[in-house]
Design a protein around this ligand. Sequence first.
Ligand code: GRF
Length: 208
Amino acid sequence: MKTCKLAILFSGNGSNMQNLIESLHDKTFTRQKETNTKQEIKLEISLTLCNNPQAYGITRAQNLNIPCKVLNHEDFNSREAFDRAMLELLQNHQIDLCILAGFMRILTPTFTQKIPTINIHPSYLPAHKGMNAIKQSFDSGDGYGGVSVHWVNEELDGGEIILQKKLSIEQSDTLQSFEAKIYTLEHSLYPQAILKALNIESNRTQSL
Ligand code: GRF
């Protein structure tokens, strides 16, 4: 059986990271291959990586028994040097796919051209790229926000969409209640999107 090794990069709370570990780690799925045959595949979250030594997510990773490396970006002279160090770590662990979950650093081509990377963004892209996307959606007057999962390229929040979903803003919503609904949507959408990106049917065959 093939094993697909994933790494998750985060900077803060780490709720998406925890959810992905609980949903996907050490689970076996069926994958549709290009040749129209099926293949059993095990997903392994081999590593988590954090750029912020104060992040609560580090405790979450430890509680889940997943290795967590802390690489503080402030210890590096340039974005490229930081990206090279992260890339080396991921390559040493033979990571197939990198997943960003609240990772608050812009990645350079040094990184993005070397390893396939997926990100989650709390808006219905291409609307409201960048910071404070939930508040931007809430204040926009559009009547909805959303969640988008996309491939990462050199453009901030700009790569090809894998899966996205709109979320209506109700009359009774406050920014806080709308934010809470966005986080709930993120937690259901992100695992599905990763399976879709890997050509995996979402019905799990077996839990190890
Ligand atoms: C999420 O809203 C995600 O979309 C954004 O950063 C936030 C991370 O939250 N990129 P958490 O650290 O996973 O709780």
